[in-house]
Write a protein that binds this ligand. Structure first.
Ligand SMILES: [Zn+2]
Length: 513
């Protein structure tokens, strides 16, 4: 059996750990988790890699500022990332710490040697403008008023002998691959941006730095102790080393290439140009998709400490619970564009949609069925034309959800879930089971049977977005989370449900700022 065709390997970006997680990480983690869980619903073997990028000058500098060792800083910050990932509910299969994971070091050296063997690495003296925040060299024309476009800080002038990677050699092949769509970059604007950068001409880039500048921190260049491997060459390799490259070739072969890398728009050049070139040089297969999300802004501005508009995602989870935070990030922030984070919008989305629409439908159906039929329901009465129409509308929405999610349209997929729930609410309201129970007990049972079918569909559709709530609902329905095809409603059968629990809670306005 070809197991490879049924795997789905995806990665988050590998964040720096010079500072604790911010709301942008929260967005990326829930997006990645949602995509991963959708593919699990498709019956695929999913593997999700995340980790932390610790071998950077930033970490060395941040540690020096706090008067602690670089390792102590990385230990503390990587722990807070790991805790955070858990709190936001992202399930991962590998969490790599680039400074501590021995298998990673071996894999990075292996990749370096493969590129060396392809004659793509050479040494030269170089002078350039370096932004430590980006860990990247810039040319004068990249800068905005002489400042780094990402950090708005003045880059350092750095002159030293480095190893370089022959990026220029691969520009034609990379362009062709992106243009033809064999490597998909979404959204289209980001793809065009990269094509534009390639057309401006690609220069070879530095992939090492002196020990002196790296302060001795990082992975040594093979056979040259005077140099450390450049942080991006090292960090990108996590996508390979986390699945066995250089340590477990069988595992690596079963999972590579990556089906998806999800990243923020600030690091697209590294992923869509440098990374494919490195892989080509090493003779490795290309990733299939690069999904680029926007920035989370606050009060309409880029989040920064100096502007005083930082949103602490941990505090948000403590204050509002993870369901509300995940729901809002996936619903209120567009999948591919910048979106403004607002606590008031979070509360509104929770109260008017999650609680008043989805939660209300599930709660009224489940409690009514449990109370009046002791949780045992059959479709004794023939399903009429109206019911069949409702059932086929829901089943069609499940197909549309599938199409949206397979194209990474996470927010649109969530719209379908809301539509399913709205149909359920209207059907419940129109059929008035609270009156029907006295007039026509079997007819009422049939209505509830359809409603429970819709609840079951919701347990599956909600799973990628709100896994805990979906699992709790499935438990009340006396079932497990089914595969997506199993979400479709059947017109006949019987169900046994357990005593339901309330899934979502209204946020009282007093909690808002
Ligand atoms: Zn920068």
């Amino acid at each position: 059996m070809d197991t490879k065709s049924n795997k789905y390997y995806l990665t988050t970006a590998i964040p720096y750990v010079n500072a604790p997680p911010h709301i942008g990480h929260a967005l990326e983690f829930v997006q990645a988790d949602t995509i991963a869980k959708y593919h699990a619903l498709k019956g695929q073997e999913v593997f999700l890699t995340t980790g932390v990028d610790e071998n950077s000058i930033k970490c060395v500098q941040a540690a020096a500022k706090q008067n602690i060792t670089t390792k102590a800083l990385c230990d503390a910050n990587s722990n807070s990332f790991r805790e955070f990932v858990k709190s936001i509910g992202m399930h991962y299969d590998a969490f790599v710490r680039s400074s501590q994971d021995e298998a990673h070091w071996n894999g990075v050296e292996k990749l370096w040697n493969m590129c060396m063997d392809s004659d793509d690495i050479y040494k030269k003296t170089y002078s350039g403008l370096y932004c430590t925040g980006c860990e990247a060299f810039y040319t004068q024309k990249d800068l905005v008023n002489g400042l780094c476009p990402e950090h708005l800080t003045k880059p350092d002038v750095v002159k030293e002998e480095n190893y370089f990677f022959r990026l220029s050699k691969y520009s034609g092949r990379i362009r062709e691959m992106i243009d033809s769509g064999s490597l998909v970059i979404l959204p289209k604007e980001r793809k065009n941006e990269i094509i534009g950068q390639i057309d401006e001409g690609l220069e070879d880039f530095s992939i090492s730095r002196s020990n002196e500048r790296a302060k001795g921190w990082g992975i040594a260049v093979p056979k040259d102790e005077s140099q450390k491997i450049y942080v991006w060459f090292d960090a990108l390799s996590i996508y390979l080393t986390s699945i066995g490259f250089g340590s477990n070739e069988q595992k690596f072969k079963s999972l590579w290439p990556a089906d998806m890398h999800i990243i923020g728009k600030g690091i697209i050049r590294f992923h869509a140009i440098y990374w494919p070139a490195m892989l080509m040089s090493a003779g490795l297969e290309m990733p299939k998709h690069i999904i680029v999300h926007g920035y989370v802004t606050s009060k309409g501005q880029k989040i920064s400490k100096s502007l005083g508009n930082v949103v602490d995602p941990m505090a948000m989870i403590d204050k509002y619970e993870v369901n509300a935070v995940r729901y809002y990030l996936l619903r209120g922030i567009p999948t591919f564009e910048d979106g403004d984070f607002s606590e008031n919008d979070l509360i509104a989305a929770n109260n008017t949609e999650l609680v008043a629409n989805i939660g209300n439908f599930i709660h009224r159906t489940m409690t009514f069925a449990y109370k009046n039929y002791k949780g045992e329901l059959k479709s004794k009465n023939a399903i009429d034309k109206n019911d069949m129409e409702i059932i086929s509308r829901i089943n069609l929405l499940i197909d549309e959800f599938d199409a949206d999610m397979s194209n990474f349209k996470i927010g649109r997929g969530l719209n379908r879930v809301l539509e399913v729930s709205s149909i359920g609410n209207k059907y419940f309201q129109d059929n008035k089971p609270w009156e029907l129970i006295n007039a026509d007990r079997d007819g009422c049972e049939k209505v509830l049977f359809v409603c429970i079918g819709i609840c079951k569909a919701l347990s599956v559709l909600l799973y990628p977005y709100l896994p805990d709530a979906a699992e709790q609902l499935a438990k009340s329905l006396n079932t497990n989370i089914e595969l997506l095809q199993g979400a479709k409603i059947l017109p006949q059968g019987e169900v046994h449900i357990n005593e339901p629990k309330q899934l979502f809670k209204k946020i009282e306005d007093a909690k808002a700022i």
